[in-house]
Design a protein around this ligand. Structure first.
Ligand SMILES: *Cc1c(COP(=O)(O)O)cnc(C)c1O
Length: 405
């Protein structure tokens, strides 16, 4: 008699050990199912998921409107390539232009790809500005930034752990101090084409740009004919209570990269380009086979529908205030463990006094999933529809871990 398949099947841990590239430090947990803010592992344990797949599952898991939209589109037409039109891509571009302002949208599949598109845009602006190719290529970024793992974004990410082993890098990137406008201004010369920053550094440990700094960057760009390129891959699409985090500062960007939360879990990235630079890309100059498929755009449209119908921007703005206040009270009660709580909306970093990995493991054992960032930071990234009770529960679980140490 044949053995039942479940008996001969290897465990997920064994399969990873044997066959998956070892490029991630992975938690020893196998997740198999999700609903709302909860996920379950293969042992049937439930977790409150405040990692959200690194700010990706913006509606939580399996939101009924999102599931219905994806199922409907999967049964109708999944992929066409960009050689043809599909109504979903045009509609999603229209909706994003509605949030970002007059301009055009390029679709891709990830944050890194959206950032690469912005870096290529900066090169085209440099050619327009100087009249020569390869001269005006300088892009000013911030120290401690993270712009993805491809060659352009990696070169804009001045972190040894990201760059080591992969040099030579793409030339042209220079780095100022976050929130130090003079340090950016000093780096501008005739060969500078753009300033490229995250509105709130995510991977670097939840470090927000101040409003004054962003207003200053906008002014420097206007005075020196530079593009202001905003990386909103992590902080965008509602995570801070505004659609784009830089809206808090009242500024406009020349181009914006989006990805993580945009598809609610389905891979999609986008670059919005404002009117002044949207025509720099002409047919044949850039592309992506999978960019903006009917299915990916259906997922993103469902995310925007739910953000709008359920009033999630207002919810994040409102519910985050007492939540962050509670986290700060917790920090004050445990000064030996917690140094600071930073962030905005549902993008929060808890700065621990020492290695944050053991705290994240202890939180996980108590049923709260988080993500690490920066130096000793625990990132809390609830789905945008997390309830006040769930937010309060995350603080209670965090307090349990701290009081046990
Ligand atoms: C995650 C992230 C990226 C890279 O996105 P991927 O989808 O992982 O390629 C780029 N920029 C920022 C700010 C990010 O948080």
């Amino acid at each position: 008699m044949a053995e039942s398949p479940s008996l001969i099947r290897s465990s997920a841990a064994e399969l990873y050990d044997a066959h998956v590239l070892r490029n991630y430090p992975r938690a020893p947990v196998t997740l198999v199912r999700g609903k709302g803010t909860s996920v379950w592992d293969d042992q049937g344990r439930a977790y409150l998921d405040f990692s959200s797949g690194i700010a990706v599952t913006s509606l939580g898991h399996c939101h009924p409107h999102w599931v219905a939209a994806v199922q409907r589109q999967a049964a109708e037409l999944i992929h066409t390539s960009n050689l043809f039109r599909h109504p979903n891509q045009g509609e999603l571009a229209r909706r994003l232009v509605g949030y970002a302002g007059p301009g055009r949208v390029f679709f891709c599949n990830s944050g890194a790809e959206a950032d690469e598109a912005m870096i290529k845009l900066s090169r085209l602006h440099g050619v327009r500005k100087s009249g020569v190719e390869g001269k005006c290529i300088k892009v000013i970024c911030a120290k401690n930034s993270f712009h993805g793992r491809m060659f352009g974004g990696m070169s804009a990410t001045p972190k040894e752990s990201v760059q080591k082993g992969f040099r030579p890098l793409v030339p042209g990137f220079v780095f100022g101090e976050l929130n130090n406008l003079a340090s950016f201004e000093r780096l501008i010369d005739a060969d500078t084409s753009a300033i490229f920053v995250e509105t709130i550094q995510g991977d670097g440990g939840i470090n927000p740009c101040t409003s004054e700094f962003l207003v200053g960057l906008r002014r420097l760009c206007d005075e020196n004919n530079l593009l202001l390129l905003m990386d909103e891959v992590q902080c965008g699409v509602g995570r801070t209570g505004r659609f784009f985090a830089f809206e808090h500062a009242g500024i406009r960007a020349d181009a914006v990269a989006m990805a993580k939360g945009l598809g609610g879990g389905f891979p999609i990235g986008a670059m919005w380009v404002g009117e002044g630079a949207a025509d720099l890309f002409q047919p044949g100059m850039h592309g992506s086979t999978f960019g903006g498929t009917p299915l990916a755009c259906a997922a993103a449209l469902a995310v925007l529908d739910v953000i709008e119908r359920e009033g999630l921007l207002a919810h994040v703005s409102r519910a985050s205030v007492p939540w962050i206040a509670e986290l700060r009270r917790m920090a004050a009660d445990y000064p030996r463990h917690v140094l600071e709580v930073r962030g905005l909306g549902f993008l929060v970093g808890v700065q621990m006094a020492s290695d944050s990995a053991p705290y994240a493991a202890a939180l996980r054992e108590r049923g709260l999933l988080t993500a690490l960032a920066g130096v000793n930071v625990i990132r809390l990234l609830p789905p945008l529809n997390a309830s006040e009770a769930e937010l309060a529960r995350s603080v209670a679980l965090f307090r349990e871990v701290l009081s046990a140490r």
